[in-house]
Design a binder for this molecule. Sequence first.
Ligand SMILES: [Zn+2]
Length: 73
Amino acid sequence: MICYNCKGNGYVKIRFEAEQAIDQCKVCDSQGEINENKYYHQTWTEGTEDSLAVYYGPPLDSECFKNYKIHKE
Ligand SMILES: [Zn+2]
């Protein structure tokens, strides 16, 4: 499945103050895709207080979660 972190590009744009840099995507190792059978650390926020939820397992459907992020396995 498409890597959510880089949207399938294999790299991510990083903004640091006024500068913009391009970095390789560490979630998918610049492949643009992730293995849905692998386990990844994922986080999102939930509830009215936006408390952070942490999950380690196969990639979830990002559209079901608020502020969803995926991190390296
Ligand atoms: Zn990626």
